[in-house]
Design a protein around this ligand. Structure first.
Ligand SMILES: *Cc1c(COP(=O)(O)O)cnc(C)c1O
Length: 356
């Protein structure tokens, strides 16, 4: 606290990301990064861009990346916005589109950054409880104005809402922006991008951080009606002209073009997720059905903090949220096949025989 700070800063409680340990011998199953490396095409593109042009500013519109994304999803480039990670895209959307007279709605259990942006931009919000199985009920989201945001699949629950349920939310709220945060959609969900032409109130946000193994480069994007994208561009150009650097732009293009590698790694992760889910279920854990690269799970009798501590002793780190309704659960990122096996062995060792 300092008398030199602005009044706003005194009111903020910033987002706290999962630990990024300095010690690299830990198995990181705590921040939903992809355990597989980026595509080889990404490395090639980066080495080609490693030249004197780094002395020059990048393309402020990142047009090459927008075109590659537009191509991949068969939309117009005017329907694509790109930013420095989807967190930045979301931040701009909060200011440009979600700040309205009526409160913004989002689920009581969802991405921890949403209330933080509301604090930063002084947006009123109201949380809507998920049901007992941690599901979103589309009928809870009927409003006349204001706006709606939720992750799909939801985080940190992992639960997927089917596309027809998303469509019913869009139909019931044609005067409100509905932002669907699809950070994990590539791990078995169906994207709502197919609905953007039909629903001008829909904005879909995605990231290269999870399914495309590029968390370290910070690339996120939004797809929606061109008029929503214009609002995002106005805010972006009032904040930072060059959110994506030259390396990120070429790497993003290479990543989205390597469909084969993308599909192969997503398939591996889905397989490991199903394997881990059945292992945990057999070992007396409750697992929320996940369509993401993580699972939210609790043991039916052993304390979550005890398991977190024991896993850490075995050099595996997972995420724990000390938040209402999920404070008995751990969130485990899906690792490689080998990491998955280590995790299962470790859990077998932790659980006393009587619990098996
Ligand atoms: C990881 C995540 C993001 C942020 O991703 P970045 O592109 O790395 O900023 C956004 N929303 C949800 C729900 C996430 O889990």
């Amino acid at each position: 606290m300092s008398r030199l700070w602005s009044n706003l800063v005194h009111t903020l409680s910033p987002y706290v990301p999962g630990e990024q340990p300095k010690n690299s011998d830990l198995i990181k199953l705590n921040t939903n990064e992809n355990p597989y490396p980026p595509s080889k095409k990404v490395y090639e593109a980066i080495s080609l861009a490693n030249n004197h042009k780094l002395a020059l500013y990048p393309d402020p519109d990142a047009s090459a990346l927008k075109e590659a994304i537009a191509d991949y999803y068969t939309v117009e480039t005017s329907q694509v916005f790109v930013g420095n990670g989807s967190d930045e895209v979301l931040a701009h959307a909060f200011l440009a589109l979600l700040k309205q007279q009526s409160p913004l709605l989002f689920p009581d259990i969802s991405y921890g950054f949403y209330p933080v942006y509301c604090g930063l931009y002084q947006i009123n919000y109201q949380t809507i409880p998920l049901d007992k199985q941690f599901k979103i009920n589309p009928n809870d989201y009927n409003i006349t104005n204001g706006a709606i945001i939720f992750p799909n699949p939801n985080a940190p629950t992992g639960r997927l809402l089917a596309l027809d349920a998303i469509e019913s939310i869009l139909k019931n709220n044609t005067n409100s922006v509905v932002l669907v945060d699809e950070a994990y959609i590539d791990f078995g969900g169906e994207t709502a991008i197919s609905l953007v032409d039909k629903y001008p109130n829909l904005l879909v946000v995605q990231t290269f951080s999870k399914s495309r193994s590029l968390a370290g480069l910070r690339i996120g994007f939004a797809i929606g009606n061109a008029s929503l994208i214009t609002a995002l561009e106005i805010v972006k150009n009032s904040f930072n002209s060059y959110p994506l650097d030259r390396i990120a732009i070429v790497a993003g293009v290479a990543a989205i073009k390597d469909e084969q590698y993308f599909e192969q790694t997503c398939t591996e992760i889905i397989k490991s997720r199903e394997h881990l889910t059945s292992f945990l279920t057999k070992n007396d854990f409750t697992v929320i059905p996940s369509h993401t690269n993580f699972i939210l799970t609790k043991h039916n009798s052993i304390d979550a903090n005890f398991i977190v501590k024991k896993l850490r002793e075995a050099k595996i780190i997972v995420r724990y949220f000390n938040k209402p309704r999920i404070d008995k659960y751990l969130r485990i990122t899906i690792g490689t096949k080998q990491q998955n096996k280590l995790l299962c062995d470790c859990i077998t060792a932790i659980i006393p025989k009587s619990c098996k």
